[in-house]
Design a protein around this ligand. Structure first.
Ligand code: C2E
Ligand code: MG
Ligand code: MG
Ligand code: MG
Length: 291
């Protein structure tokens, strides 16, 4: 009897595995098609300068738009894209699309810096410098309007590959942000060795502002670190006014989160700016001709 039960359970386990496996290959196939057919869209979330209340830039966030209109969030397909290598053509697409959009906005009198997330696995086998400079060249975007977001892990994994590439990009005018700061490796050494423009405090700390003195202490330490190293700091994941007030009391100068605006299509971003819900900085006055 025990033997039968065992076999039964084993057979069941086997079937479940097979089902999981075929679901994974189905997703992989669908994702491969999606890359081929460019079934992706970028949504843009505003980043706010807290002193002026103006939009200093936007973060581009990828979504998979199924032909039936269903929108799939990156948490559900990025891990597979990274495993299968589909992340490479996907990144080529997202870099080019974000640069094209930012160049278009600039033409339309809406100059906005765009931040693109780059997966750390790209540095294992690919020339990130080439991927980025190709997108810039193809779209004609002023590199000063492009920012790249990398996680600590991405940088620490391959410092000898990442460092010269990022330095070359920074020299062109591209800026580099460390995303999800505070959750990766604890080594802070790289902050002084790499051309880092901005630290983005992970939303996990922001979420706990009202409940964890540990998180409050870490946020204060990151703000002090940025100030002392001359690196800007932005807080992400702000959903409520009390979180914003506390961050302002700590002299945090930049913020992003649903409180200010969710990631939206380029059309909706444009509409939010046109109706004044989001405000662009006043244009810097042109310098008078030195006659
Ligand atoms: P991330 O770069 O840390 O992006 C922030 C995520 O938090 C986004 O999720 C955003 O929609 C969400 N978020 C923003 N404000 C709030 C808030 O106030 N509350 C809450 N609860 N969430 C907020 P999303 O769009 O699902 O992206 C998840 C992650 O996927 C991103 O995390 C990024 O690591 C990655 N990702 C997104 N687009 C791309 C891309 O084009 N390429 C690569 N390699 N990764 C991407
Ligand atoms: Mg990001
Ligand atoms: Mg983040
Ligand atoms: Mg993240």
């Amino acid at each position: 009897k025990a033997k039968n039960e065992g076999r039964c359970r084993y057979a069941f386990f086997d079937a479940a595995m097979e089902q999981a496996f075929s679901a994974a290959t189905e997703l992989e196939q669908a994702l491969g098609n999606a890359v081929g057919n460019e079934e992706f869209v970028l949504h843009y979330q505003p980043e706010i300068d807290l002193r002026s209340g103006t939009v200093i830039g936007v973060e581009a966030l990828i979504r998979w738009m199924k032909p039936d209109g269903e929108l799939i969030y990156p948490g559900r397909f990025l891990p597979l894209a990274e495993e299968t290598g589909l992340i490479v053509p996907m990144t080529v697409w997202s870099l080019r699309e974000a640069c094209r959009q930012a160049a278009q906005w600039k033409c339309d009198g809406m100059p906005l810096r765009v931040a693109v997330n780059l997966s750390g696995v790209l540095f294992r086998q690919h020339d990130v410098y080439q991927l980025v400079t190709d997108a810039i060249a193809e779209t004609g975007l002023d590199p000063a309007f492009l920012e790249l977001e990398l996680t600590e892990t991405a940088l620490i994994e391959n410092p000898e590959v990442a460092s010269p590439q990022l330095t070359a990009l920074q020299q062109m005018g591209v800026s580099i942000t460390i995303d999800d700061f505070g959750t990766g490796y604890a080594s802070l050494n790289y902050l002084t060795k790499l051309p880092i423009r901005r630290l983005k405090i992970d939303s996990a700390f922001i979420r706990e502002i009202d409940s964890s003195s540990g998180s409050r202490t870490i946020i204060k330490a990151i703000l002090a670190l940025g100030e002392n190293l001359g690196i800007k700091v932005i807080a992400e994941g702000i959903e409520r006014e009390d979180q914003l007030r506390w961050l302002e009391d700590q002299n945090c100068q930049e913020a992003q989160g649903f409180y200010f605006g969710r990631p939206v299509s380029p059309e909706r971003l444009r509409a939010a700016i046109d109706c004044g819900a989001l405000v662009l900085p006043a244009p810097t006055p042109a310098l008078p001709d030195a006659a």
